[in-house]
Design a protein around this ligand. Sequence first.
Ligand code: KE4
Length: 424
Amino acid sequence: MTRSETLYQEAVTKIPGGVNSPVRAFGSVGMTPRFIASAQGAYLTDVDGIRYLDYIGSWGPMILGHAVPFVLEKVQEACQKGLSFGAATEAEVEMAQLICEMVPSVEMVRMVNSGTEAVMSAVRVARGYTGRNKIIKFEGCYHGHSDAMLVKAGSGVMTAGVPDSAGVPKGCTQDTLLCAYNDIKGVEALFDACGDEIAAVIVEPVGANMGVVEPADGFLERLRSLCTENGSVLVFDEVITGFRLAKAGAQEYYGVEADLTTYGKIIGGGMPVGAYGGKKEIMEVVAPVGSVYQAGTLSGNPVAMAAGLAQLTYLNEHPEIYQKLTKLGEMLYGGLRTLCKEHHLPCQVNAVGSLGCLFFTSEPVTDYTSAKRSNTKAFTKYFRYMLEHGIYLAPSQFEAMFLSAAHTKENVQKTLDLIQGYFA
Ligand code: KE4
């Protein structure tokens, strides 16, 4: 037995599914998950000493690659001063100032500890600010596991085959209205029906939890105008796209500003950090200034701030990173498209910048329903082949590939050659 297999056998006796987050269980690909021992640059090494080229990057945070020396130094420095104070620190002020500098639509920001917490808080703030209850979300978009958001969510919920989670009382989701991603007519109909009750529209500006699904032309712009016309809050969930698609994320990439934005992943540099922020007028409803309560013992933790600040500062000072990521993305996803064409493969490639996804379906993928048409058995065969050849992909058809600044053209070429070999 491999060490991963031994560890997994032990893990399942003490941790549900042997993992601390469902998608890590490799359930949808029916394999033993690889237990990772260390990571460096674009590579992971598992407990059996096997090295993988990593296209997950911890699901997005590791945009500069793993174990980046200057990030580690800042974290180690912070550790020497103590791990947590539960009090205000200078690093939190620096982080808030940096985020507001990098994202024009964010005038005030509150740190939390995960993307889920960021979304849960932003939804509460939108409701508190507008005095309304209804929230529009899109099928296949995953906004973390807070009750109100677990309605036709994406990511692990899709692979877990649990469209709505058990344990979520009807009362928690009765005000969550659903639309298909890119279905602007559906959104307009909801606003016609109850626009004055809609507190917010929350959307992944690029769907990355049903595989990658791009916004149709005009989709984000129309969400913007509908929210403005109806006094609703437009929430961009940029937990994945934030600081990845551009310095100011999808808002810069598509030129559409949100009223509130949620963050996670990259903002923590690999440490548990989330944040939500936006217009001052909205954020001032948050306690202790306003009446919307939200709190957290480890929010703005000094060690986590050190990691996040190091990574975000580097991105802020090296915007050329985004050109590099775009070029690598064009090489990888463009190369995949060429392979699909040359080999007449029943596949689709959706990609935005460094995010991308190979869908095993001959139909274009524009929303949850079309994503679900993918042949997950064919994906599983492909996933296993790639893993056996040292390429670590997300163990689900309904996730994204993440490139980092540590990936090289040679890495991408090797990946394309392997995939060509697989399909030949
Ligand atoms: P966390 O609570 O996992 O930090 O963030 C939740 C979240 C919110 N919004 C978006 C757009 C997200 O993608 C996520 C989390 N993403 C998944 C990957 N698809 C995290 C991986 C996991 O669940 O283990």
